[in-house]
Design a binder for this molecule. Sequence first.
Ligand SMILES: [Zn+2]
Length: 430
Amino acid sequence: MAWEITRTVRVRLAVPDDRMSDLHVTNDLFQYCANRTAEWAWRYPEDDCVTSKSEAEDAIYDDLRDETDYLHANLVQKAIKRATDDIANCVDRLADGKETSKPEYNTFSIVYDKRAATYYRDRVSLATVNGRVACEYDLPDDPEGTPHGKYLLNDDYEFATSTVHYDSETDEFYLHAAMEREINASSPEKAQHSRVLGVDCNVDDHIAVTSTGQFVGNANYLNHQRREFEKRRASLQQTGTRSAHLTYQRIGDRFGRWSEDYLHQCSKALVEEAQQHGCTHIAFEDLEQIRDRISDDKKFQQWAFRELQQQTKNKAELAGIVVETVEPSYTSQQCSKCGTTLDENRNGQHFECLDCSYTANADYNAAKNISRKLALKLQRGQKSPAGGAFCQYALKSGVMTVNATEVASDQYVSAERESTDKPTASAVGS
Ligand SMILES: [Zn+2]
C-alpha cells in the first residue's frame, strides 16, 4: 500500500500589475459560486442540508456557469465542493448538538487543481476570467533547507490541488502549494496492521499526554516563560530607545527559538514513545475543531499546539509513522473503560466514571479515547474489516484490538475487553 504525504508550502506570487484585477474578479466569482451553493444547499432547520457535491452540481452548475459568464468549469466545481464540504462539517456540528450557521464566503481564496492551473517548479499558470496568467514564485536565494527547497523544488513531490490567497495589507498574492509525495510502506505488514498512539494536548499542566500514560512537557512552564517574555518586552517598549528596540527584537527571536526548541523536545518524546510501542500511527485531535475550546487570547497556545503537531508529523514521517487527527467530541467526557459519556465524569484533572467507577488522570483518559477513535477509523477504512488485519491502540496496560463488530455500529461497547498482545512495560512516564 502506498500513502501520500502532503505538505503545504506558502510562496509569494509575482503577479503582473495589469493582471491583478483579473485575479480579483476571478475570486469574486469563485466566492459568488460558493455563496450561491451554500444558499441553495443550506436548508436548516426546515429540512436536511445538501452535502453532496454531485447533487449540488446537478442542480446549479449550469446556472453558475451562466451567471459568472463562464468562469472556468473547474473553478465552478471547486467552489461548489468548498460549500458542500463546509456544509457537511456544519451538519456534523449540528449532530453533535453544537451551534453553526450557513457558511459565508467573502475572503480571497481560490482553489486550483491541475485543470485550472499548470504548476511548474518556478511558476504557475492560473486560469482567470481573462485567460491564463503566469505568475513566478518569489523563492529564497538559497532555498536549501527551506520548505521551498524541501518540497516545492523537490521532484519527489508533485503539485496537488492548491489555493491562491491575497494579503490586502501588503497587496500581495500567495500560492499555498500542496505538495504530495507517494510513499511505499516499508513493510507490507504495516499496510494492514496498524497500531495507534493517542495524544491529548492541553493548555495547562502537561502539554501532551499519551494513551500509554506518558506525560510530556509542562504547559504551565511554557506559559510562565511566555508571560516573563511579554513582561520584559512591555518594559522595553516603554523605554523607547533604539537600543531598547533592538533588544526587544532580539529577545523576541530568542523566545521564539526557545519555545520551538522546547516543543521539539516534546515532539521527539512523542515519536519515541510511538516507536517504543511499535505504533504505526499517532492520533491527535483535529485542531480546527478544538479551536473553540481555546479562548481567543490564547493565540500562543494555538501556535504551540500547531507547532507540536507539525513537528511531530515531521519527525514521525522519518520514522515511518503516520500522524492523523480525529474528531474531538466527547474525548474528555467519555469513559475509556466502559464507554459511558457523562459531563460529570470529568472533574478538572480527575476523571471518575459514574457508571463503572473507573478513575484516571483526565488527560490520560482522553488520550486513550483518541487512540481508540483512530483505530476504529482505520478499521472502518479497511476494504475487508473482517479480513484479519488488526487495528490496535497502545495503552499502558497493553495493546487493545478494535473488534470487527464495532465497525458495523458506532456503539461504544468495551474498550479494554480484548488484548491480543502481551502487556508492554508499564513503567513508562511518570
Ligand atoms: Zn466507565
